[in-house]
Design a protein around this ligand. Structure first.
Ligand SMILES: Cc1cc2nc3c(=O)[nH]c(=O)nc-3n(C[C@H](O)[C@H](O)[C@H](O)COP(=O)(O)O)c2cc1C
Length: 241
């Protein structure tokens, strides 16, 4: 029986270790076909999705891991080095602690942290990845469409028992990816999603992260009254003081 949308939203989590089994081609086509229903501004559907499997996927993974091992500086199409502050930094640290804690990696164990990071570049061993590009003339508004599309895709996967992980890290070496796929510079790589069937024996998959409470991020308004003074909307940064 299919999951409800509530179940899929609750069950989806980032999985960072997969079994080698591939998702059957008809299910891949069904899920990607349904994801086309994602809404987008003016219905322009700006996502350009390349789905890699088998030797094509493993070959790209090897090239990106080799680049990281050779300490070739990442050159993402979109800035990816922003430092978080305040509550955002606290949430980032908590997520890292959950992940590295599950993997038994200590905070200052640089070699193992580097190794954990490089697993991103080989798609966490997963059998498939969707690499999602945006035409170079597009900006934030179209990037929003890509985010909505990506979550639609991940929920459709979840509802079929297929795990996934959205990865900004897959956008760190766009030149290598374009070269591998024979794509022009007009295709800007935003991020990728590794997916497949979860390997429950992988330590990283024991990591669980929480969420802020509803009242921390959502403010309800009615008749001039709100659940919190609107000036507190910037609480995330003010809390750092
Ligand atoms: C756009 C985007 C980029 C992400 N990039 C990475 C990444 O590069 N590597 C990674 O391990 N997780 C990445 N994540 C997963 C987040 O860390 C994860 O969604 C967050 O910690 C919440 O955990 P959950 O997905 O298990 O609920 C990314 C998620 C999103 C939405």
């Amino acid at each position: 029986m299919m999951m409800t949308i509530d179940d899929a939203v609750a069950k989806r989590r980032s999985v960072r270790g997969y079994l080698p089994d591939e998702v059957p081609q008809d299910i891949l086509r069904e899920v990607l076909g349904l994801a086309q229903q994602a809404p987008s501004n003016c219905n322009i559907q700006p996502w350009i999705t390349h789905v890699l499997s088998g030797p094509s996927l493993r070959g790209l993974g090897r090239k990106m891991v080799a680049a990281a091992q050779a300490e070739i500086p990442p050159d993402p199409d979109f800035a990816a080095d922003r430092k978080f502050e305040g509550v955002y930094r606290a949430r980032q640290i908590d997520a890292a602690m959950q992940l590295y804690g599950a993997m038994g990696i200590k905070r200052h164990d640089r070699p193992r942290r580097d190794w954990a990071y490089r697993r991103n570049l080989d798609f966490f061993g997963g059998p498939h990845a969707a690499l999602i590009f945006l035409h170079h003339t597009f900006e934030e508004r179209e990037a929003v469409d890509l985010g909505i599309y990506a979550q639609t895709l991940m929920l459709l996967l979840t509802s079929r028992g297929i795990s996934s992980c959205a990865q900004g890290a897959l956008g760190l070496y766009p030149g290598i990816v374009r070269d591998h796929l024979g794509l022009p510079d007009t295709h800007r790589l935003i991020f990728g999603i590794s997916f497949g069937y979860e390997d429950a024996a992988v330590d990283a998959n024991r990591a669980r992260v929480g969420r802020a409470g509803l009242d921390e991020t959502v403010i309800f308004h009615r008749d001039g009254y709100s659940t919190r003074p609107t000036t507190e909307c910037d609480q995330g940064l003010r809390r750092s003081e």
